[in-house]
Design a binder for this molecule. Structure first.
Ligand code: SF4
Length: 316
């Protein structure tokens, strides 16, 4: 039987970012250094495939520090943690490794600096997301107010409109965030913003690639987990850029092939916490069903690498 022709437009950059790569390496090196089990507070990165693989090697994932015994090492996830978490680990004299992405730590430092300068913070982010919880938890309660949308800005009750600054979650939609910033600046003209975007290079580049792919295709698939903020934003960016069928899938088995029927061009990308092996799996699934041509759509190249913490580099 002849297969129907289809072009798969492969967005680049896609998949693992430097922060995710570093966080996974930290868990692997900790397992090598201390042997299993090593505890990890929260999913190290939001991807079931990655988490299951590390679990098989001896990592135990927990949500709270008090679920970890004091005599085993614990790793904090790439999303960052409230200040109280390492403080509690110190109090319990635990060995801990902070796998917070350096670009998230940069936002923590920014918040701290504004606080020391007497400013109250507005954080643009998603309520309950671990990164938002971690960043807000860098300062005392009430010092960071959360807004999710431009509409939320009208309801803000601030201490002093002249002493305000804003920060953002690193994985937001660039265009939606610009709307929120516009609303903040309109209501609080004295508000101070970051010197440079808090939305990280990986989020920016992956959204840029999706914007380039979306007009070429009838359907876009984003490989990522349902709790991955940057992956969900890629789905939204694809839809906003005109792709009628923009869908998150965890792996090939999730693809609704009926939705792809009749398409001659499909876009494919992967969130920053989705490994390349899942992209290969999806490409193979397309190859099995179509006479496939793969067209890379490259909008940026990435060379960023983050240094690993000394504690995992040193011998035990
Ligand atoms: Fe760091 Fe950005 Fe990757 Fe998050 S998405 S881990 S902030 S590089």
């Amino acid at each position: 039987m002849t297969k129907p022709p289809l072009t798969l437009h492969l967005a680049a950059p896609r998949g693992f970012c430097a922060g995710v790569d570093r966080a996974i390496k930290i868990v692997e090196m900790a397992l090598e250094k201390w042997g299993p089990p090593v505890y990890v507070r929260h999913e190290i990165v939001h991807n079931k495939f990655v988490v299951d693989g590390l679990r098989e090697k001896g990592a135990i994932f927990v949500e709270k520090l008090d679920e970890c015994p004091a005599d085993r090492p614990v790793i904090f996830s790439a999303h960052g943690v409230p200040k109280a978490v390492p403080q509690e680990a110190q109090r319990r004299e635990m060995v801990y490794v902070d796998a917070t992405c350096p670009l998230v730590s940069k936002v923590h430092l920014e918040a701290q600096r504004h606080h020391e300068n007497g400013k109250q913070m507005v954080m643009i982010g998603h309520k309950g997301h671990p990164e938002t919880v971690g960043t807000m938890g860098q300062l005392p309660e009430g010092e960071v107010l959360l807004v999710e949308t431009a509409e939320d800005v009208a309801g803000l009750e601030v201490r002093d409109p002249e002493k305000l600054a804003y920060i953002t979650q690193t994985t937001l939609s660039i265009d939606d965030t610009a709307e929120v910033v516009k609303a903040l600046e309109a209501r609080f003209p004295a508000i101070e913003g970051p010197h440079k975007e808090d939305i990280c290079y990986a989020t920016t580049n992956r959204q840029g690639a999706v914007k380039a792919v979306a007009p070429k295709v009838q359907a876009l698939l984003v490989i990522g987990a349902p709790n991955s903020s940057n992956s969900k934003r890629l789905v939204e960016v694809g839809a906003a850029a005109g792709c009628e069928y923009s869908q998150l899938v965890q792996r090939a088995a999730d693809i609704d092939w009926r939705a792809i029927e009749g398409c001659s061009a499909v876009g494919l990308t992967a969130g920053a916490s989705a490994p390349d092996v899942l992209v290969e799996e999806v490409v193979q699934a397309f190859r099995d069903r179509f006479d496939l041509a793969v067209e890379p759509v490259v909008t940026a190249t990435e060379k960023i690498e983050f240094r690993l913490p000394r504690i995992v580099r040193e011998p035990a």
